[in-house]
Write a protein that binds this ligand. Structure first.
Ligand code: ATP
Ligand code: MG
Length: 268
């Protein structure tokens, strides 16, 4: 059985189904991708998993435990951590303090007796922010502030890590480093679910990719399978009559000079 299982989940906002029949599994030791056009339901899926969004149907199961009705802080204690698409860090605290707060909370609520300051230093080293430890978080560019948030999530020693567009705001080198870090975390047996518009990053680090479109799972497969899936290409690219795509983020709009079909790495 997978460590994290999302089964047949439905979410309604008013009369409208934002998610329908969502099945996702995430195994330890892997990075699993969750991609899809803007508004497809990726962040809503994360909110369901961490308990911020109630469901009309379906369930979330962590290591055999049904999380139905469980509040977010309890889910966090059971090992689920996340970052937010809209960055959530303590701006007036330093980078070190941002992670330390989470490390201290973790020590209070778990049996982990490791020293929070030592743990914080180790995490800052891991995410590549040690040299910025004493900077106020609010002075960091968005991309690096996202790494602070990632560090804070890691301080709770999660078994499942949900990342909502962690590379947005990072340059190419920083994005590559993030990819390396995700692979290292997976090698330590973490189960990572990655929402990301940078399809190249997703293709590089994910062993399995789920594609969401209009609140439904459109396709599940390996990077190669997803790259060549016609339905996926259509969801991102539109039909021939409707080539215009959503709002210009990496996956939605090819860079100038690149044909639309090259977004997923093959020609249409
Ligand atoms: N609290 C809410 N109330 C009503 N509708 C909502 C709410 N949250 C999300 N939605 C709608 O649900 C759909 C899915 O939104 P969601 O934020 O999950 O998409 P997403 O895949 O994360 O998109 P993006 O790539 O832009 O971040 C959208 O149509 C959105 O407008
Ligand atoms: Mg989102």
């Amino acid at each position: 059985m997978a460590l994290l299982e999302v089964a047949d989940v439905e979410v309604r906002f008013g009369g409208i189904s934002a998610l329908r029949g969502i099945d996702i599994t995430v195994d330890p030791g892997t990075v699993t991708g969750l991609i899809g056009p803007n508004g497809a339901g990726k962040t809503t899926t994360f909110n369901v998993i961490c308990g911020l969004q109630s469901v009309a149907n379906g369930r979330v199961v962590l290591d055999g435990t049904d999380l139905q009705g469980m509040r977010p802080h309890r889910r966090a204690r059971l090992g689920i951590a996340r970052t937010f698409q809209r960055l959530e860090i303590f701006g007036s605290l330093t980078v070190f303090e941002n992670v330390l707060v989470a490390a201290e909370i973790h020590r209070r609520v778990s049996r982990d007796r490791s020293n929070p300051k030592a743990a914080t230093s180790e995490i800052l080293e891991l995410v590549g922010l040690r040299h910025m430890a004493d900077e106020a978080a609010e002075t960091l560019p968005t991309g690096l502030a996202r790494l602070v948030e990632l560090g804070r999530a890691l301080a709770s020693r999660p078994s499942v890590l949900l990342l909502d567009e962690p590379s947005s705001g990072l340059d190419e080198t920083e994005s590559d480093a993030l990819g390396d870090l995700l692979l290292r975390l997976a090698a330590q047996n973490m189960a990572i679910l990655l929402v990301e518009h940078d399809v190249e990053l997703v293709m590089r680090v994910c062993s399995l990719i789920h594609v969401l479109d209009f609140g439904r799972i459109l396709a599940v497969g390996s990077p190669e399978q997803i790259r060549s899936d016609e339905r996926v290409r259509a969801a991102y690219l539109g039909t021939e009559d409707d080539v215009a795509v959503p709002d210009g983020q990496d996956v939605d709009a090819p860079p100038p000079g690149q044909a639309p079909g090259e977004v997923l790495g093959a020609s249409v």
